[in-house]
Structure formats: structure tokens, C-alpha cells
Design a protein around this ligand. Structure first.
Ligand code: MN
Length: 137
């Protein structure tokens, strides 16, 4: 076993191609075969969010801090709060991010396919889509 110190892994800026606003990523685990595990702590500044996307093996989100949103295509956004777990089935188109006026940090957990793919990226979430009034879960 080994301990990887936080100071050994600098925080990365999430790629602008797949995110709106400022989003920071801290790698937690990238599994070595036969593991396909991947976990990343993702910090969204107010208003920041992913683009629309899906995961071939699904994804689990665990909210660590703040106030956030998650939306499945065709349904209203849902408010997510610390301690909430979101289970996203395979191939469901969705986005996740912060509330307009609050930070949100979640642990994003998923598994890659045999081919190594974990996320299928699509178009950005428009301001109009993001402004859709959210519902409580
Ligand atoms: Mn996702």
C-alpha cells in the first residue's frame, strides 16, 4: 500500500471545452487494471457546470460542500446538497454543477469501459437551460 500526499497532486483547472465557468479538479484515484475505478473531487464556482454528457458505465456523485444542481435531459434541474448521493445510470444525458450563487464540491465516481472511455461529452449547457428553476429531490 501507499499514501499519496495531497501536496503531491496539484489541483487542475477543468478543460474549458467541457465546462462552463471555473471548475477545479483534484484526482482521488485512477484505478490500475483490473480496477476501472475513477474518483475525482470537483469544485464548481458559482454558476459553473459541466457540459451535457453521459457515462457508458454510469456515475455516482457524492456532494461534499455547498449547493448544486444536477439535471437529466428532459427533466427539471434538481437541487443537491452536502451528503446527497446521485446515481446516474449508464448513457443518461445529464449535467451537474454549482448553484448560481454558491460553490459546490462533489466527489465524482465512475468506472471506465474496457476501451478506457468514461465520459461522452456533448454541447454546453446554455444560460437558458441553466436558469430553469430547479426542484427539490
Ligand atoms: Mn456526469
Amino acid at each position: 500500500m501507499k499514501v499519496v500526499k495531497a501536496s503531491a497532486r496539484p489541483t487542475k483547472l477543468a478543460p474549458a471545452a467541457n465546462f462552463t465557468g471555473t471548475v477545479m479538479q483534484d484526482e482521488v484515484v485512477v484505478g490500475v487494471a483490473p480496477s476501472r475505478m475513477r474518483a475525482t473531487s470537483v469544485s464548481f464556482t458559482p454558476g459553473a457546470r459541466t457540459a451535457w454528457h453521459s457515462h457508458p458505465v454510469g456515475q455516482t456523485l457524492y456532494v461534499l460542500y455547498g449547493v448544486g444542481r444536477v439535471q437529466k435531459k428532459g427533466e427539471p434541474p434538481i437541487v443537491i446538497s452536502p451528503g446527497d448521493t446521485v446515481f446516474i445510470p449508464p448513457d443518461v444525458v445529464h449535467w451537474h454543477g454549482a448553484a448560481p450563487d454558491r460553490l459546490m464540491i462533489h466527489l465524482a465516481m465512475s468506472e471506465n469501459t474496457d476501451a478506457g472511455g468514461g465520459t461522452v461529452w456533448m454541447e454546453k449547457v446554455t444560460d437558458a437551460e441553466y436558469a430553469t428553476p430547479p426542484v427539490e429531490p
